[in-house]
Design a protein around this ligand. Structure first.
Ligand code: OGA
Ligand code: MN
Length: 306
């Protein structure tokens, strides 16, 4: 005993605590909310070592939304960090790509010379990003570029909690069921109420064919179940008559976004927010029309839901 202890003390490499590497300055502080944590002591402009990267991945799985404060980073640095988690997805609205960076979608209500510079109504309805694709998104990252003096919050709903707390009659109604998701579900409605939705070309429409996903999915990394239907993109539950399907979806949507499942993100300058689309839905709470808001989004590709 004594000699083993002495050996460890004399040779740090033999000490399990020391072999984990130098103490990391990274601090992860969970919010007082059903999802979300703040990551302190990290500069995302610098390449991450393996150990820090592993810590971030773990925290992302545990908290579902990570907020990195005060990140003075370029679009290239956002892309590089995002790519550590998987290949990036290019949004079908190529009109709103950042010049020279097709991986970055501009989310903004700003209109310049009569032309919107970005997607202004992203998140008008509750959704999980790209759930309308065969391979929906693993997670998305939004980096604040310009924030309004008021409004502009983003809400997140914990869909694991939504499943865990779902009343028994709804659980049995959806267990084993699949649902259709389509990008076009609310497109015409959004087009009517905002200037941000261009007419889609035939090629764009072909890129967003409807897909079918399980209503309850299993998170591929944690094994936890989550409800996976949204107001924005889910149109019907397969195998049910239209009226039954719609009323069931309405009940699922209402339950998912109960206040006790939510975290409200109030943006601060240079925030980078990284969320898990496999376990959350999100919503843009809204920005007054006269105030400017601009964020850059990167979107990581995930797995086929099961
Ligand atoms: C998005 C989105 C919400 C917001 O960028 O995917 O839904 O608050 N944004 O801007
Ligand atoms: Mn979104």
């Amino acid at each position: 005993m004594t000699s083993a202890f002495a050996a460890a003390a004399a040779n740090p490499a033999a000490d399990p605590a020391a072999s984990a590497g130098p103490a990391s300055p990274l601090e992860i502080r969970a919010f007082d909310a059903p999802v979300g944590a703040e990551v302190l002591g990290l500069d995302l402009s610098q390449p991450l070592d393996q150990q820090t990267f592993a810590q971030i991945r773990r925290a992302h799985l545990d908290h579902h939304v990570l907020v990195f404060r005060d990140q003075r980073i370029t679009p290239d640095q956002q892309i590089a960090f995002s790519r550590r988690f998987g290949p990036l997805q290019i949004h079908v609205l190529h009109q709103f790509q950042l010049q020279g960076h097709p991986e970055v979608l501009i989310v903004s209500n700003i209109v310049e010379n009569g032309k919107p510079i970005g997607l202004g109504d992203a998140g008008y309805f509750w959704h999980s990003d790209l759930s309308y694709k065969e391979k929906p998104s693993l997670g998305s990252l939004l980096h604040a570029q310009e924030l309004p003096a008021e409004g502009g919050d983003t809400l997140f709903a914990n869909m694991h909690l939504a499943w865990d707390t779902l009343p028994a009659h709804l659980r049995s109604a959806v267990e084993g069921k699949s649902a259709e998701h389509t990008y076009l579900a609310k497109y015409a409605e959004l087009q009517k109420r905002s200037p941000w939705r261009p007419n889609l070309s035939a090629e764009q429409v072909a890129q967003v064919k409807a897909v079918v996903h399980p209503v309850v999915r299993t998170h591929p990394e944690t094994g936890r179940k989550a409800l996976f239907v949204s107001e924005h993109f889910t149109t019907r539950i397969i195998g049910l008559p239209e009226d039954e399907s719609q009323s069931l979806l309405d009940e699922l949507f209402a339950h998912s976004v109960r206040p006790e499942h939510l975290y409200r993100h109030r943006w601060a300058e240079h925030d980078m927010v990284f969320w898990d689309n496999r376990s959350l839905m999100h919503l843009a709470a809204g920005t007054p029309d006269h105030l400017r808001r601009k964020l850059y989004r990167t979107t990581i590709e995930g797995d086929v839901p099961f």
